[in-house]
Design a binder for this molecule. Structure first.
Ligand SMILES: NC(=O)c1ccc[n+]([C@@H]2O[C@H](COP(=O)([O-])OP(=O)(O)OC[C@H]3O[C@@H](n4cnc5c(N)ncnc54)[C@H](O)[C@@H]3O)[C@@H](O)[C@H]2O)c1
Length: 354
C-alpha cells in the first residue's frame, strides 16, 4: 500500500471516479465507510475494506478522509470523522453542504485541527487558464461580457426521480462549477458588485400520462455586474436546450441528448485592434470531443479564427493538487470558507427566485 492513504466515506457515483483518479495520483484506499449494506458489498467486491462507521475506519489513520456522500449528508460525515479524529484532513465534494447545514459546518470546522480541501474541480481547469492567456496576453481584450453556460439533458433522470435537488434546485449540479470558473477568471469578473437577477424555471413533464411540475428544476440564470462593470451571466439548463450555442462545437438551436454536455465560458469584448471578439472555452465532455479534451476558440466578428485543443481533466488535476496540499507540498487549491459562501449564495438564489 502507498504511503498516502485515504478512507472514502460514501461509495456512490462520485466515489468510484475518486477511486480511479486518486489511485492515479499515488493514493491507496485504506477503507470505505458506507451506510448502505448493498453498497458496502459493492466496495468489498471491488477489493476494498468496507465499514459501516467512521469509528471502525479511524484506526487505519489515513492521510485524509474523502467525503463522497450525497450533499445533504456531508456534514453528518464530517461530524462522525471529527468525533473520532479531530485532526483529520478532509477532502469534501462540492457543493460543500446543504445551505441549512452551513452553521453546523462552520461550528465543526472551527474546532477541527486538520486541513480541508473542497473538490471544486473547475478551479483547476486548463481550459480556463488558456482562455485567460488568450484574453489578456494574446488579444488584449477589454472584457465587456462573460457568459458561462452548463447545459445537459437530465430528462430521463428526472423521470426516474434522480437529480431532483430540493435545496439548490437547478443550481445544485452545475452552480458551484459555474462560480468556480468566474472566480478563476480574475478580479475584473468576480466578485459581483451588483446582482441583477436570479431566475429559476420549472420543469414540466409527463409521467405515466400525468402532468408533473418540478419547481425550479429546469433551468437557472444568475446575472450580475462586476466591480469593473463587466456583465456576467451564468446559465444552466437541465432539459438539454442550449441557450448560447457557439461554433464550432454547438450548432444554433442545439438540443443535447442524454449523457452529453454543453459547458462553455464566453469572454467578449473588443481586442487591441478594436475588433469585436469572443474567446470561448469548451469544457469536456462535449458531443464531439472525448473525455479529458477541451478547446479554446477565438471568434472575430462571429467567425472562428483560431482553435486550440486542450487536455483538461479537471477532476484528476484538482484531486492531485488536494493530495499535494495534504502532504504539505502545495497550497490549498480550494479553501472551505469561500466554498461555504458560495453554498450560501446558491441557496439564497434557489429560494429567492421562486
Ligand atoms: N465534482 C464533481 O464534478 C462531482 C460529480 C458528481 C458528484 N459530485 C458530488 O459528489 C457527492 C456524491 O454524489 P454521488 O452522485 O456520488 O451520490 P450517490 O448518491 O451516488 O452516493 C452517495 C453515497 O453516500 C452514502 N452515504 C450517505 N450518507 C452517508 C454517511 N453518513 N456515511 C457513509 N455513507 C453515506 C449513500 O449510501 C450513497 O451510497 C455529491 O456531493 C455530489 O454533488 C461532484
Amino acid at each position: 500500500m502507498s504511503a498516502i492513504t485515504c478512507v472514502r466515506v460514501g461509495y456512490g457515483v462520485a466515489a468510484r471516479i475518486h477511486e480511479l483518479k486518486l489511485r492515479a495520483s499515488g493514493v491507496s484506499t485504506a477503507a470505505v465507510v458506507e451506510v448502505d449494506p448493498r453498497r458496502r458489498r459493492h466496495a468489498a467486491s471491488d477489493g476494498l475494506l468496507a465499514f459501516s462507521s467512521c469509528r471502525q475506519a479511524a484506526r487505519l489513520k489515513p492521510t485524509f478522509w474523502d467525503i463522497c456522500t450525497s450533499t445533504s449528508r456531508h456534514v453528518d460525515a464530517i461530524e462522525s470523522i471529527l468525533h473520532v479524529e479531530p485532526a483529520a484532513n478532509l477532502l469534501i465534494e462540492k457543493p460543500v453542504c446543504a445551505p441549512s447545514d452551513v452553521p453546523r459546518l462552520l461550528a465543526l470546522l472551527a474546532c477541527s485541527r486538520g486541513r480541508v480541501v473542497i473538490n471544486d474541480n473547475y478551479r483547476s481547469s486548463a481550459v480556463t487558464r488558456a482562455v485567460k492567456r488568450l484574453v489578456h496576453e494574446k488579444l488584449g481584450l477589454r472584457i465587456r461580457r462573460v457568459i458561462v453556460e452548463m447545459t445537459q439533458n437530465r430528462m430521463e433522470d428526472f423521470m426516474s426521480g434522480r437529480f431532483i435537488d430540493q435545496d439548490y434546485k437547478a443550481l445544485g449540479y452545475e452552480g458551484p462549477h459555474m462560480l468556480a470558473i468566474v472566480q478563476e477568471l480574475g478580479d475584473s469578473v468576480w466578485p459581483p458588485a451588483q446582482f441583477e437577477r436570479a431566475r429559476l424555471t420549472d420543469l414540466q413533464m409527463h409521467v405515466d400520462g400525468r402532468p408533473v411540475r418540478l419547481p425550479g428544476q429546469r433551468s437557472a440564470l444568475v446575472s450580475y455586474l462586476s466591480r469593473t462593470g463587466v456583465a456576467v451571466e451564468l446559465y444552466t439548463g437541465l432539459d438539454g436546450v442550449v441557450r448560447d450555442p457557439r461554433p464550432p462545437l454547438a450548432p444554433p438551436h442545439a438540443r443535447l441528448r442524454g449523457g452529453t454536455r454543453y459547458r462553455v465560458v464566453i469572454v467578449a469584448g473588443p481586442d487591441r485592434e478594436g475588433h469585436s471578439c469572443e474567446v470561448v472555452g469548451f469544457y469536456e465532455p462535449s458531443s464531439t470531443m472525448g473525455r479529458g479534451v477541451g478547446a479554446a476558440v477565438v471568434l472575430r466578428d462571429g467567425v472562428v479564427v483560431g482553435m486550440l485543443s486542450i487536455a483538461d481533466d479537471t477532476m484528476q488535476t484538482h484531486l492531485a493538487r488536494a493530495v499535494d496540499h495534504f502532504t504539505g507540498t502545495a497550497q490549498n487549491p480550494s479553501e472551505a470558507l469561500p466554498a461555504i459562501e458560495i453554498a450560501q449564495m446558491l441557496g439564497r438564489f434557489a429560494s429567492a427566485s421562486m
